[in-house]
Design a protein around this ligand. Sequence first.
Ligand code: 4GX
Length: 247
Amino acid sequence: MRFDILTLFPGMITTPLQESILGKAIQKGLIEIRATNIRDFSEDKHRTVDDTPYGGGQGMVMKVEPIARAIEGIKSQSPSARTVSLTPQGKPFDQQRARSLSSEPHLILLCGRYEGVDERVRELFVDEEISIGDYILTGGELAAMVVIDAVARVLPGVLGSERSAEEDSFSNSLLEYPQYTRPYDFRGNRVPDVLLSGNHGAISLWRRKEALKRTWMRRPDLLAKAGLTEEDRELLEQIRQEHGQRT
Ligand code: 4GX
């Protein structure tokens, strides 16, 4: 899968995405990440990419022409590439969206700066707007990296053969159960004994119950859309009763 990032700060992008799992995915040829400087598509001698807003007001707006030329350049080589803009005005990004974007062969990610981008860029070139959350970043670059990381992670082969992205949290709509490793006792804080019991049935049941407990306590909104079994409902009833006893 190919990712083209259009940005005024290409140096922000490439190095962090070459570490660890994504670095290996690049080496294996599973993904290709390219950052393009929008300023390279400005045609005046000052290499202008922004201007003051029509109608007045604070700050600067990114101009349409350099972005248009950058997108058209990529699309002339890859007509089916899908263009995504990162903005707080976009649809909330989640695991479902990460999975659906992972079926695209080529994404163009547009990173705005300043007060935003001339509206005609959205009208003429953007297929989809995405927000990574309800907070304001200084630009779309970190948001684009979040999207690339989450999309690349679900591509076949990226996590390695022994582990599938579908096994984990949000694929089953529950938060993860707690994990432990050695030492058994850290300053009097011991690992739950069931995990040392060797009883795989008991371990699975404990983990499922902990996942349900965490989700119920921290993210009850996720429980509503989780596909709960009859056993899950019984565990939740136990959790409610145990919780009632403690408070
Ligand atoms: N999830 N930002 C974009 C500039 C901007 C403003 C308005 C278009 C319209 C963000 C987020 C985010 C900050 C990226 C403002 N571009 N992006 N930038 N939250 O906060 O994605």
